[in-house]
Design a protein around this ligand. Structure first.
Ligand code: IVH
Length: 717
């Protein structure tokens, strides 16, 4: 049973429903998952495969029903804990009977498949794009064209919101989701099925009676709230933020690890279906799609062109209230037989058109550009504008994302710019108006040194952003790190906000995390006019944080690229800070889904003398730097503290999953043979020199079955 502990940490969060419930659910499931690991339910011990298959079938039906009620109807009928219990039962049955794992099992939603390269697959019929109309006039022209082409046809339309996301094509065989493709070049697309399985409102099995074959097309998209959450997280991790929800969606769908896709909480809206025995009208097909369990894009009709205009006007007014971005309305001839008669050009169907809303824009002066320095040293340029009214609010600032944007826009100072608000909450600078720019204006050369501390900036290879490398002494970076350290998901030290941290820092009282633990109530009273009990409360909160578990402490350190999930993974693979310190960069990179960029960041951080000394200080103060003590008492895991190395190949087991298996059971994956190695695990074509060296050093050589015997569980892909 490989990778169970593994998938668990990441698996569960996704059943969450809203951030708070989600956290609770994560913790609850996590605990329960481990419980199952060590104490399988007795009543299940003697289950026959037949009985298991029957129960799996029941569970899939029941969980899918609840998923549908929750994600599609938004009417949950089960409590979180009841739901979790069902999922856990299913997962544990699937682990015991992997051959009974089904494609439509809701456990697939959490991902776990890693795809090196997506296979390219031809579309059954091309995925065309749409012609655009920008005015009502152009819509009328569209109708005239149609009438000219087929004068006898009586035309009626449906109007649908045009979702600003990424088009995909989903294939269902006998009601089961079997394949999902991107649009690609329109003729062939990438097979991203594992990634699409994680999208909660894509049904894995259609409800009710389904045709033997069905293709559904629609848009994968991201809620604005989710987009903001992800960007905030990316900024915290020192990663470049996404430009807009559509980019974020496209980027997410291309991720190779589907469990990471699952964390992006993508959504889906269906707008088209093709299959046998479908009704003659699109509006009926939309109703059917909803019955089969899809979220269907907002659709109006059957309409006359006049009514279409009404729909367009209504949504122009209320589109800002939608939780996601749209960029227009798609108008389609409702009748399928007529659609076929109108046909398509090479680029677009003749029977449909996209009416594009003009994003709201305003022209204003760019007065200056300021540069904000984040916790990781990432520099965000911000356009400071002459206040201007845009989409109902006064805009004074606009994001410029990164340095390259300044160059791309050829910004001058001062300048005249067009700002736009196309759904996203933060307005952006679209372009300059060079003809209106004052003749004395100079190109806006971004500074080469940090605006806060003067250190020359660096640009990591392959990144568009600039960083201030003065990690240790650049004030906003230090204060930002302290803020991160005390934040809720990290050490959760309440009432210690940015303002106090800044004062403590400026007064030289707190520079490092460990300084916090030496704070006395009197010091706090002196620097801030606190209410009577507050300083005591804060000091108490600080002291209480000593019991925060290891993965969160690891996250609190603020290592670049180490978010909550990565910290969790690292703590699972290296259950003590010592074992993480000892691990080579290569060994860290081998942890399932971690990769070389994160590994380098972790390794460099830990092997910095000052950082390591600070960790020692924190450890001696009493912070948790081991996952072993609390969660896994005395016995530990079967490979705890053991160093292993793998050589050769193993039938049906990839090297990565073998390493993940070793780490999941407490082993440390070594980077080379040395006398510190405990076991060399050998497969076919194992390196003769490695074997020889292992013998010479007296290292025990294990076959895969021997390793499995030691762990007490088989490895499975
Ligand atoms: S219909 C043959 N309907 O817009 C019909 N497309 O510019 C082709 N889109 O690639 C598409 N919402 O990704 C249709 N309600 C909707 C849509 C929609 C968004 C996207 C779709 C397509 C692009 C065409």
């Amino acid at each position: 049973m490989s990778g169970i502990v593994w998938s668990e940490g990441k698996a569960i969060p996704l059943q969450g429903k809203g951030p708070v419930v989600q956290l609770v659910r994560t913790l609850a499931c996590h605990a329960r998952g481990r419980g199952f690991e060590s104490r399988p339910d007795r009543s299940e011990m003697n289950l026959t495969p037949e009985a298991a298959a029957k129960r799996i079938s029941e569970l899939i039906a029941e969980i899918s029903e609840h998923d549908y009620r929750y994600y599609v109807l938004a009417q949950p009928t089960l409590s979180d804990s009841e739901y979790d219990r069902l999922v856990q039962e299913l997962r544990s049955l699937e682990e015991r009977f992997p051959e009974l794992r089904r494609a439509d099992s809701p456990t697939q939603r959490v991902g776990g498949t890693v795809t090196k390269e997506f296979p390219v697959v031809a579309h059954r019929r091309p995925m065309l794009s749409l012609d655009n109309a920008y005015t009502i006039e152009e819509l009328r022209d569209f109708e005239k064209r149609l009438t000219r082409l087929l004068p006898d046809a009586s035309l009626s339309y449906i109007a649908q919101l045009k979702i600003d996301g990424v088009a995909v094509s989903l294939h269902y065989k006998d009601g089961i989701f079997i394949q999902g493709l991107t649009r690609g070049d329109g003729l062939q697309g990438d097979d991203i099925t594992p990634n699409l399985r994680t999208v909660r409102d894509i049904p894995l099995r259609l409800r009710g009676k389904a045709p033997s074959y069905l293709e559904v097309r629609g848009e994968v998209y991201m809620l604005r709230s989710e987009f903001n959450r992800i960007n905030k997280e990316r900024e915290e991790l020192g990663e470049t933020p996404f430009m807009n929800p559509r980019n974020a969606t496209a980027g997410s769908l291309k991720l190779q690890d589907s469990s990471q896709v699952a964390q992006r909480r993508l959504k889906f809206l269906a707008y088209f279906a093709d299959g046998e025995g479908l009704p003659d009208y699109d509006h009926e097909i939309m109703a059917l799609l909803a019955q089969w369990g899809f979220h269907v894009v907002e659709t109006g009709g059957p309409f006359s062109m006049n009514e279409v205009e009404g729909f367009i006007e209504r949504w122009a007014k209320s589109k800002a209230t939608l939780p996601y971005d749209i960029d227009g309305v798609v108008i389609k001839v409702n009748n399928r037989a007529l659609q076929a008669r109108f046909g398509a050009t090479a680029k677009a169907p003749r029977w449909a058109i996209a009416f594009k809303y003009q994003p709201e824009q305003a022209i204003t002066e760019l007065q200056k550009i300021t540069y904000q320095v984040g916790r990781t040293g990432y520099i965000t340029p911000v356009a400071e504008l002459k206040p201007v009214k845009l989409a109902g609010t006064i805009v004074k600032r606009a994001s410029l994302y990164n340095y390259d944007e300044i160059e791309r826009l050829n910004l001058h100072l001062p300048d005249v710019v067009v700002v736009e608000k196309s759904g996203e909450i933060i307005p952006k600078v679209i372009r300059t108006l060079p003809e209106r720019r004052p003749s004395t204006a100079q190109p806006a050369d971004p500074p080469q040194t940090c605006p806060e501390c003067g250190t020359p900036l660096i640009r990591p290879e392959g990144e568009v952003g600039r960083y201030c490398p003065n990690y240790k002494h650049c004030p906003p970076q230090v204060i930002g790190r302290l803020e991160h350290f005390v934040s809720r998901k990290a050490m959760n030290i309440q009432s210690l906000g940015e303002k106090i941290l800044r004062k403590l820092y400026e007064k030289g009282l707190v520079k490092r995390f460990s300084d916090l633990y030496a704070l006395k109530p009197e010091i706090l009273t002196n620097i801030e006019g606190f209410a009577e009990k507050m300083p005591h409360k804060i000091v108490q909160n600080i002291q209480a944080s000593k019991s925060v578990p290891y993965p969160r402490v690891l996250y609190a350190l603020g290592i670049r690229h180490v978010g909550e999930t990565v910290a969790q993974k690292l703590a699972e693979a290296f259950p003590t800070i010592g074992s993480l310190y000892e691990a080579s960069e290569e060994a860290i990179a081998k942890v399932y889904t971690i990769g070389s960029v994160i590994a380098r960041s972790v390794y460099t951080y830990l092997h910095d003398k000052e950082n390591w000394e600070e960790i020692q200080r924190l450890r001696s103060i009493g912070l948790q730097f081991s996952a072993l003590s609390a969660a896994r008492p005395s016995a530990g895991l079967p490979l705890s503290g053991k160093r292993l190395l793998v050589s050769g190949t193993f039938e049906g087991v990839s090297r990565d999953s073998l390493i993940a298996y070793i780490q999941a059971h407490g082993g440390i994956y070594a980077s080379s043979i040395s006398k510190n190695l405990d076991y060399l695990v050998v497969g076919e074509n194992a390196g003769p020199s490695k074997l020889e060296k292992a013998r010479r050093l007296g290292i025990k050589v294990l076959s895969l079955p021997e390793l499995e015997g030691l762990v007490g569980k088989p490895v499975r892909e």
